[in-house]
Design a protein around this ligand. Structure first.
Ligand code: HPA
Length: 246
């Protein structure tokens, strides 16, 4: 497989990739409505990949209103076979302070009311996709190797809690997520991961911690996000340059 079968879905802080050389831009209509933004084709000096801003080019689409089905369908339609999801998260476990990074290997879905399947026609056969391994192992390894190549220290594995948002959690909710075994919390991991599986796309996530989850830090979550988001996105750019380079 070549790098240009890779689609990158960028999250908070990644509406655009300043140093990406853009070679194309496609508005992709889908049977599920509009994707969050036109799909950008471009590169960081290496081979081309697709890039889609999950929250829209101007970061205006909240997590519960993202058209996850259209986003994944559009990437698949353009030829992507592997999707790397960049996810900003809050750190729950002690080893995930702001600035840390992780490639999760499990996920728990706390979201509700989102279009979470492509298989909801009443006349089609019922499909139950296998989800024992919600993230594609080989793609996780590719990200971890690129991180090593980029000199980034990244946690291998962890449980991602997908919450509904758009509000942040209460400390009691974070305690509950911790008791459930979650290490990080974000608002977009589901249904994105399962929809990718339904489309038979390889899918893995690179999670960057932009704040301590509620009750874990000094209480100024927005201040933490402001302090860390730019630095985290620099790390994402470094990772992508290695992953997509050469
Ligand atoms: N909670 C949920 N989603 C998030 C957080 C958080 O603390 N930080 C970034 N995305």
């Amino acid at each position: 497989m070549s790098a240009n079968d890779i689609g990158v879905i960028g999250g908070t802080g990644m509406g655009r990739l300043a140093d990406m050389q853009v070679t194309g831009r496609r508005v992709v209509p889908t049977p599920f409505g509009e994707p969050s933004a036109p799909v950008i084709r471009g590169h960081f000096g290496g081979r081309e990949a697709y890039f889609l801003a999950r929250h829209g080019s101007g970061h205006t689409i909240p997590p519960h209103l993202v058209n996850y089905r259209a986003n994944l369908w559009a990437l698949k339609h353009l030829g992507a076979r592997r999707v790397i999801a960049i996810s900003s998260v809050g750190g729950i476990s002690d080893d995930l302070p702001p600035g840390a990074m992780a490639v999760p290997d499990q996920i728990i879905d706390y979201t509700w009311g989102r279009h979470s399947t492509f298989f909801d026609g009443v006349e089609d056969p019922v499909v139950h996709v296998e989800f024992t391994e919600p993230y594609t192992g080989s793609l996780r390894v590719l990200i971890l190797q690129a991180a090593t190549g980029a000199g980034l220290q990244v946690r291998d594995g962890g449980v991602y809690a997908a919450t509904q948002g758009p509000r942040l959690e209460t400390p009691a909710e974070i305690e509950r997520l911790s008791r459930d075994g979650c290490h990080m919390v974000g608002m977009t991991g589901m249904p994105e991961a399962v929809l990718a599986r339904e489309l038979e796309l390889e899918y893995a996530s690179f999670a960057v911690v932009i704040n301590w989850a509620a009750g874990r830090g000094d209480g100024d979550i927005h201040g933490e996000i402001e302090r860390h988001v730019a630095d985290c996105m620099d790390k994402v750019r470094v990772l992508l340059a290695v992953l997509l380079g050469g």
